[in-house]
Ligand binder design. Structure first.
Ligand SMILES: N[C@@H](CCC(=O)N[C@@H](CS)C(=O)NCC(=O)O)C(=O)O
Length: 218
């Protein structure tokens, strides 16, 4: 068995994506919180000092989607990508929409949590962007309960923490009404939240943020 170390932060949704995949596949991964390790020490290991970052003997890679797909290829059971090529392309497209468009907008909203320095226009534009993207994703949610139907996949792991964050951030910024019409997304998140893997990662994240899991659930 390959010794695998995953550098992470408990509240990082990119880290949570690969941690959920590792849990789903029962992969033996040693987690290292980079804040406990120290930023300088981590910079010596990872060129971009970004999490998640994986070390498995000679292999040293960043980028959550690349790590998730490496897990999928190296540990094919249970399969987390669909067997059909068209479905795989749809699954990857939705994951890319998350990484390229939704995640940067979530970062903007994190920067707006401080009540004194809020920029109402920026919040309005950014939350509109997220709603637009989630509406696009909702239009591609043809199966239930997960993106690919009964098979919990990489795409579900990709969105798990970010969807929760979206509801939490919109609530904190008092614009949760903007998400009200996204019933398909809400149902998807409700199904994702039932997974044991997701519950483990959510609890770690909420504990790190000092949030009570019950009262802050989306
Ligand atoms: N595209 C990268 C993004 C990774 C990323 O932005 N990670 C953030 C945390 S979510 C990070 O490491 N930021 C630097 C820091 O927090 O020090 C991926 O998919 O892994």
């Amino acid at each position: 068995m390959t010794a695998i170390t995953l550098y992470h932060l408990p509240y990082s949704h990119f880290s949570s994506k690969v941690k959920v995949v590792a849990l789903e596949k029962s992969i033996d991964v040693e987690l290292k919180n980079i804040h406990e390790l120290g930023q300088t020490a981590f910079s010596d290991i990872s060129p971009n000092a970004q999490v998640p970052f994986l070390v498995a003997h000679e292999l040293q890679i960043g980028e959550s989607e690349v790590i998730a797909e490496w897990f999928e290829e190296k540990y094919p059971n249970p399969a987390m990508l669909p067997s059909d090529a068209d479905d795989r392309a749809r699954s990857r497209l939705i994951s890319r929409i998350h990484d390229l468009y939704i995640a940067p907008d979530l970062s903007v909203l994190f920067g707006q949590l401080g009540a004194e320095t809020r920029d109402a226009d920026l919040i309005s534009i950014t939350t509109d962007n997220i709603v637009k993207r989630l509406t696009e994703v909702q239009g591609m949610l043809e199966k239930k309960p997960f993106f690919n139907g009964e098979q919990f996949g990489l795409v579900d792991a990709c969105y798990a923490m970010s969807l929760w964050y979206s509801y939490w951030l919109f609530d904190q910024l008092e614009v949760s009404n903007k998400l009200a019409s996204l019933e398909g997304i809400q149902a998807w998140l409700a199904a994702i939240e039932q997974r044991d893997s997701v519950q483990v990662v959510f609890s770690e994240c909420k504990a790190a943020l000092g949030l009570d899991a019950e009262s802050n659930a989306a």
